[in-house]
Design a protein around this ligand. Structure first.
Ligand code: ZN
Length: 489
């Protein structure tokens, strides 16, 4: 990086634009690579080794923050299907990995280096292995066309350029801001092109494994239907991060039209659905849920009462609470040690935190330490109180904090909330189970509506109709498998 900035130092101070042009063109000439999937020459200053390293790092973060779905048979199935497609791609030798994430949102994405993820939420909505393959093919396309790598290269390049500008000119900041706007537009435009390209590559890989590429269009239609049913607000992430489904469908239809669809593999709906039998559906309440301000965690057997009216957000690695005015917050997480003293020292170690020790405290029968602190940040001073409790062999850190005014107003209720940490004893909460997908074969032909009235389900008829992609009033033939959602045992 410093090599490039040095070139632009004082002697070229008068001509910043010239300097920028030299800088960009020398980088462009030096760093263009041919992308195997597209045959195009694109800027990339990231080698394959570096790309895989970035991917592995992202993979470990994704695993920790999102969690891998514990279901060996499904993971194996996804791995075999994904690898079959990756092997017919232009980058068969990447360390491809395909994982089902333990997440009920409807999503799929790829990290550089060949790390591909689908959520259990999107699996539940797919109706065949071919549809799942269509999703995987699109994601593999993002990797083989090096979309993220090229994007990252550009960001690094711009970083070089901006640093050079800052050193070369006192007005560098203005130019930098300008470059930033252009850059964002470039990225937006690029991402739409990337989507079309990933679709086209996905179609290529589907055809190579004998699957009908029309399945990709069906997946897009499914996502749009789910999005509409949710009022357009809570749109499936795969749509929101993969924009312009309308354009993409038109583009795909044009590619698929000349193909002889009879030559593709027969529909594998039935065998795919059987794999989904027992799949967790919706959020997993065993990982914690809130009810009227009381947060309970059945698996970890603890509860905390948040201050009245606070919002509660349960993430994989922590639970967050925020006051209605947004001026105070709380966080509950586990310390990465089981030594109380280490946990306390670790928490207060950053130089931005000022504290005056902690005192021992009994928290509903569990030993702990509690202490107040002041935190200096770029946004100003925050004050707060941190509680550390030993419970069932683990250390829980429960921290409340706020800006000066927010903290003063909420201090008493936050303190009370910290000390509400207790063992969860409610048998109903302790025995709660997630909903499960069941694959049923109808004994006689009937409509979804009629069957729903007989059998019932914890979810609505509309949602079941959406999952099955059938009109609830239409007659379903005897023996036809359908997706059902039932309370877990
Ligand atoms: Zn995409």
């Amino acid at each position: 990086m410093s090599v490039w900035t040095r070139r632009c130092l004082p002697e070229k101070r008068g001509n910043i634009l010239f300097c920028l042009i030299i800088l960009l063109s020398s980088l462009l000439l030096a760093q263009c690579q041919t992308v195997p999937a597209t045959g195009e020459t694109r800027l990339s200053i990231i080698s394959t080794v570096e790309e895989i390293r970035i991917g592995r790092e992202a993979d470990s973060q994704i695993r920790t923050t999102m969690g891998i779905y514990d279901h060996e048979a499904l993971q194996d199935y996804l791995g075999v299907l994904g690898l079959k497609m990756a092997k017919v791609s232009e980058r068969p030798d990447l360390p491809w990995s395909f994982r089902v994430l333990d997440d009920d949102v409807i999503n799929a994405f790829a990290a550089p280096g060949g790390f591909i993820y689908v959520t259990r939420g999107i699996l539940a909505h797919c109706n065949s292995g071919a549809e799942l393959a269509a999703i995987l093919g699109h994601e593999i396309g993002h990797v083989t066309a090096k979309h993220t790598v090229i994007k990252l290269s550009r960001m690094q390049l711009v970083q070089f350029a901006l640093e050079a500008l800052e050193q070369a000119s006192p007005v560098g900041e203005d130019l930098g801001a300008l470059a930033g706007v252009g850059l964002q537009l470039l990225f937006l435009k690029f991402s739409r092109e990337d989507e079309l390209e990933a679709d086209e590559l996905g179609v290529r890989y589907l055809i190579r494994i004998g699957e009908n590429p029309r399945r990709l269009i069906e997946v897009m239609e499914m996502l749009e239907r789910v999005s509409r049913a949710r009022g357009g607000g809570d749109i499936p992430q795969w749509l929101s991060t993969h924009p312009s489904p309308g354009d993409r469908r038109v583009n795909l239809a044009a590619i698929i039209e000349p193909l002889d669809e009879s030559s593709f593999n027969p529909d594998d709906r039935e065998s795919y659905l059987r794999r989904l039998n027992g799949l967790m559906y919706g959020k997993n309440p065993r990982e914690g849920y809130a009810e009227g301000g009381l947060f309970v965690h059945p698996d970890l057997r603890f509860q905390v009462r948040f201050p009245s009216g606070w919002g509660i957000s349960n993430q994989k690695t922590a639970v967050f609470g925020s006051s209605p005015d947004g001026k105070a917050a709380m966080r509950i997480n586990q310390a990465d040690t089981d030594d109380l003293e280490k946990a306390v020292r670790g928490f207060f170690a950053p130089s931005e935190i000022a504290w005056e020790g902690t005192r021992s405290i009994d928290v509903n029968g569990n030993p702990g330490e509690i202490g107040e602190f002041v935190l200096r940040t770029d946004q100003g001073l925050f004050e707060g109180e941190a509680l550390f409790v030993i419970y069932r062999g683990r250390i829980y850190q429960i921290v409340g904090y706020g800006g000066n005014a927010g903290w003063r107003a909420q201090r008493a209720v936050i303190h009370e909330s910290l000390l509400s940490f207790a063992e969860l004893t409610d048998p109903k909460a302790l025995s709660v189970q997630p909903l499960r997908l069941e694959i049923l074969s109808l004994r006689r032909s009937t409509s979804l509506r009629e069957y729903y009235e007989q059998r019932g389900s914890p979810i609505g008829l509309e949602e079941l109709a959406l999952l099955n992609r059938i009109d609830p009033n239409r007659e379903i033939g005897q023996g036809q498998p359908i997706k059902w959602v039932a309370a877990g045992q």
